[in-house]
Design a protein around this ligand. Structure first.
Ligand SMILES: Nc1ncnc2c1ncn2[C@@H]1O[C@H](COP(=O)(O)OP(=O)(O)OP(=O)(O)O)[C@@H](O)[C@H]1O
Ligand SMILES: O=P(O)(O)OC[C@H]1O[C@H](OP(=O)(O)OP(=O)(O)O)[C@H](O)[C@@H]1O
Length: 223
């Protein structure tokens, strides 16, 4: 291997690997990164590529399904990642939570039909079985938790469950389906997380990124 190739490979190895969620969070996260001075090109936004290197920023991005971000970070295949608090609470992985990015705001709530009444064997449908189980256990209520993967609001409408535990952002989905928010469990924003070993080994790069992001977040009135 030539000297240049070896140097390039070595610099490639040193890139900070970032697990970036595709979908909802990506738009807001990439905006935040750009505001922090990290030159994420606009053609990243529509690409189908899954690994994108940005050597000029010292980073490489793994384009991930949001729910998988904590797994990549826990195993160290990504040094850092961006993920919603909902996923962090549900997945309970061994990672450091470094920063509240204040983006992709919503809340986790208990939802039901307006005429909901307690039943003998209550069923709760959700994409978040661990969060829901813990919530009802702490209330001392026995419920059967049914895991679904989307369109959770269907469950009370078609008689699958009495209530659901799901995210509410604008409330539009609830309103359009005649459901009501019965209780808000916790607020959700996206977080910057880090692998424990990477946090020590790449501390300078991670800290520098945190400082840049913190600077932008701190400048926003509602962050
Ligand atoms: N209205 C909202 N509904 C759901 N999630 C939201 C909302 N607003 C912000 N979020 C945040 O965005 C994250 C990712 O949501 P997104 O819908 O992109 O992914 P997903 O539903 O997990 O993925 P996929 O669509 O690939 O199954 C959530 O984990 C949550 O933190
Ligand atoms: O309060 P709102 O602004 O209406 O947002 C909340 C809705 O958004 C999410 O669904 P998503 O769009 O991710 O679709 P899904 O049903 O596939 O989870 C969430 O599960 C709610 O259904």
């Amino acid at each position: 291997m030539g000297i240049l190739a070896a140097a390039l490979e070595a610099s490639g190895r040193d890139l900070l690997k970032v697990a970036m969620p595709k979908g909802r969070i990506y738009k807001q996260a990439s905006k935040l990164f750009r505001e922090a001075g990290l030159p994420i090109p606009s053609d990243f936004d529509d690409t189908r590529k899954l690994i994108i290197e940005l050597p000029e920023a010292g980073m490489s991005f793994i384009m991930a399904k949001p729910v998988d971000v904590p797994t990549y970070v826990e195993y160290g295949v990504a040094d850092i990642g961006i993920v919603g608090k909902d996923v962090l609470m549900e997945e309970n992985k061994d990672v450091y939570e470094l920063l509240d990015l204040g983006i992709a705001k919503c809340r986790m709530s208990v939802i039901g039909l307006p005429d909901w009444k307690p039943v003998i064997h209550p069923r709760v449908a959700t994409k978040y079985p661990n969060v829901a189980s813990q919530y009802f256990r702490e209330l001392g209520q026995q419920v059967e938790v049914i895991k679904l993967n989307g369109s959770i609001e269907l469950a009370p409408l078609i008689g699958l469950a009495d209530r659901i535990v799901d995210m509410v952002e604008t409330g539009q989905t609830l309103r359009e389906n005649g459901l009501v928010e019965m209780e808000s469990i916790f607020g959700i924003t996206s977080r910057l997380i880090a692998n424990r070993v990477s946090y020590r080994m790449k501390n300078e790069a991670i800290q520098s990124l945190c400082d840049k992001l913190q600077h932008v977040i701190g400048a926003k009135p509602n962050a």
